[in-house]
Design a protein around this ligand. Sequence first.
Ligand SMILES: Cc1cc2nc3c(=O)[nH]c(=O)nc-3n(C[C@H](O)[C@H](O)[C@H](O)COP(=O)(O)OP(=O)(O)OC[C@H]3O[C@@H](n4cnc5c(N)ncnc54)[C@H](O)[C@@H]3O)c2cc1C
Length: 469
Amino acid sequence: MAEAATYDVVIIGGGPGGYNAAIRAGQLGLRAACVEMRDTLGGTCLNVGCMPSKALLHASELFEVANKEFATLGIEVGTPKVNLPQMMAQKADSVGQLTKGIEFLFKKNKVDWVKGKGKIAGAGKVEVTAVDGTITTLTAKDIVIATGSEPTPLPGVDFVDGKVIDSTGALSLPAIPKHLIVVGAGVIGLELGSVWRRLGSQVTVVEFLDKVGAGMDTEVATAFQRGLTKQGMTFRMGTRVTAAKAGKDGVELTLEPASGGAAETLKGDVVLVAIGRRPYTAGLGLETVGIETDKRGFLVNDHLKTGKDGIWVIGDVTHGPMLAHKAEEEAVAVIEYIAGKAGHVDYDLVPSVIYTGPEVAWVGKTEEQLKTAGVEFRKGKFSFTANSRAKINHETEGFVKILADAKTDKVLGVHIYGPQAGELIGEACIAMAFGAASEDIARTCHAHPTRSEAVKQAAMGVDGWTMQA
Ligand SMILES: Cc1cc2nc3c(=O)[nH]c(=O)nc-3n(C[C@H](O)[C@H](O)[C@H](O)COP(=O)(O)OP(=O)(O)OC[C@H]3O[C@@H](n4cnc5c(N)ncnc54)[C@H](O)[C@@H]3O)c2cc1C
């Protein structure tokens, strides 16, 4: 057992929650250690989540553009071909640079990365077991749990290497499947389904619910599903997967209508199970401090406190959207609380983005949520077909929709399905953080020609004076 080391704060987990907490702690002059058991920092997001998926989305989108649009644009380069090993290599290279970047930021902010699996061993104590079995004890006044999440398995469907896979498997397939079946029409399933469809797979998405993109505004979800269908994806909505049989020549799934009825089978080469993620707390030693998870395995929190003195929790392992930027906001807040400052996270303003082509992004309330809450609202909508930049770039699919309070005009929700939606939503977040009225957006000068003019025109539409449609 190595000698005990003393810190102000020990953070367990080096993902977007953990590494941002560690950096902020260093910035505020706290002596901080971050315990991470992976070989690299960055957690799910950098290693097997946000970043590798975006690397493949980018490469596959360019492949599709080269195939389908270059001729229209007057560019002749022959027939584009996929070099999958190179596509995977550039992904790994970018990911490697990003994870190394976190190591650099740790050094810059005097944070120690303690490599190994962390286990809470009573109040203020964390035991770290390294790969070689060495145990180091860390002591700290405050401990932050940032252990993240893992893919949720589907009952009746066992993972089988290369055949029935999770998102991590789908980020590193060695060959392009002929027929990929995606179980779950959420963010991860639709992004990774898009990657492989663009590269040549036939993609069938099986979803239990009647709507894609769980939580998405229904009008947007309908347009989004129509767009993906036009691109060639097939959807089996309202359908439950009850069993999988993997054999030499693929996987046979048993499907049943969600509302009951006769079972049928569907065959594919590879099945991606993307039904969600569940909190990860295995071997964390929660029992040593009397912390229990809720029924779904999450750690509950009140202002990021677990209820046990000096033990805090952030990121995917606690409630709220499982998103890297939500974990990052909580990371800053938790360290500011610990340092005696006023931390704050506005959970109403955490944007969601699906990085398909085109993208979907939204922040604030959906129409359905406002109706259920009995809030009277007005709506402005503007189609990208009428946006000059989108028109000139041949990317006119989608629209911007702004929902504002009927009496005060305060913006309550912004929903974008269209080009660069993930970038455009930032404007909405800032406007809403400042309590903007739709008129504030409508009367703010937006550069021409930009897609952001569609946001302005939609805001004008709330009061009925959209000018360009
Ligand atoms: C394919 C995919 C795509 C995604 N795309 C996006 C996206 O585009 N945008 C977005 O916002 N989010 C995206 N996400 C979600 C995002 O990755 C997570 O919300 C985010 O990583 C959560 O951060 P975290 O710090 O809470 O946990 P994690 O990133 O899961 O990090 C937790 C870390 O803790 C470590 N750990 C766990 N237990 C211990 C222990 N006992 N000791 C030591 N280390 C431990 C783990 O090894 C892990 O590295 C995606 C996820 C996936 C799977």
